[in-house]
Design a protein around this ligand. Structure first.
Ligand SMILES: NC(=O)c1ccc[n+]([C@@H]2O[C@H](COP(=O)([O-])OP(=O)(O)OC[C@H]3O[C@@H](n4cnc5c(N)ncnc54)[C@H](OP(=O)(O)O)[C@@H]3O)[C@@H](O)[C@H]2O)c1
Length: 270
């Protein structure tokens, strides 16, 4: 399959108001000259990004304010993405986490995380796959999972479950695709320096975080080159291969101790 060429094509990026989605949108516009459909809940951030990119990159940007935890918003985003322009690629990046004891997660927050990280991804992927299967056009779709999909992460138990769900879903679905010009990619970063990890709960882990521009660049490379699964960063790739040959209980125990220590420090203020 030929690599994707984003130049002058329309690409959907969810979660484009901050972090990885924001940076991928900027690189797609500035370096690849792609037209963008950007979406998130914060309208002001989307408007600022649209103004910046249209002025400096000379491309077109459509904004869609939508909450991925609300099914009607997800359906509206699908309609806006497929009508009015020819969609070439999509990056389903919007996601939320909860870092803490599972018993402190409220039912409402659990529901929101499930809707945002899983339901919206399944719904949008399904409709976009249906679209590309019917018209046989060239294109690609990438979902942003996480290394937390590869190994269960204590204190982010639900989050790692949601990321494992979408990784398995997309890695399975790709083998049902009949359009030879359409690819499905799973992007699985380790920690990245974004709003998600800027709180003090992550203080102990900050030395491990990848700069967001690097994570964005590798993500776009994975989509463009139609990777099946892609983990950014050599150390992350070596680490994940190493973790695969170790007993799972041992690895999960190590992860759990690291996170428990970070949380305990925060609670005791030491
Ligand atoms: N940071 C990490 O260490 C890390 C590691 C591996 C994977 N990831 C994954 O990378 C993706 C991007 O995360 P990030 O690190 O860039 O975090 P971030 O800076 O917090 O960005 C999250 C984005 O998702 C959007 N979003 C959140 N809830 C939403 C909702 N209900 N509806 C619509 N949009 C919503 C946010 O926009 P609004 O708030 O404006 O809606 C924001 O644009 C996530 O899927 C995350 O799981 C992150």
């Amino acid at each position: 399959m030929k690599p994707l060429n984003f130049n002058q094509k329309w690409i959907l990026v969810t979660g484009a108001s901050s972090g990885l989605g924001y940076e991928m949108a900027r690189q797609l516009a500035n370096q690849h000259k792609a037209n963008l459909i950007i979406t998130a809940r914060r309208a002001d951030k989307l408007d600022q990004l649209k103004a910046e990119l249209e002025k400096h990159a000379g491309i077109q940007v459509k904004t869609v304010v939508a909450d991925m935890s609300v099914p009607a918003d997800v359906d509206r985003l699908i309609a806006e993405s497929l009508n009015g322009q020819q969609l070439y690629a999509a990056i389903l990046n919007a996601g939320v986490t909860f870092f803490g004891s599972h018993l402190e997660l409220t039912e409402a927050d659990f529901e929101r995380m499930l809707q945002t990280n899983v339901r919206s991804v399944v719904r949008i992927s399904t409709e976009l796959v249906r679209h590309f299967e019917a018209n046989k056009q060239q294109g690609g779709l990438m979902v942003v999972s996480s290394m937390a999909a590869l190994f269960p992460v204590p204190y982010q138990a639900i989050y790692s479950g949601t990321k494992g769900f979408i990784m398995n879903f997309i890695n399975a679905l790709v083998l049902e695709i009949k359009n030879p010009n359409f690819s499905l990619t799973v992007y699985a970063p380790g920690g990245i320096a974004t709003e998600m990890t800027e709180g003090e709960k992550f203080n102990d882990l900050k030395g491990w975080l990848m700069p967001v521009n690097k994570a964005a660049k590798e993500g776009l490379y994975a989509l463009q080159h139609r990777k099946y699964n892609h983990i950014p960063g050599l150390l992350n790739r070596i680490g994940s291969s190493f973790m695969r040959v170790m007993p799972k209980r041992f690895i999960v125990g190590q992860l759990g101790r690291t996170y428990a220590k970070a949380l305990a420090k925060l609670n005791t203020g030491k």
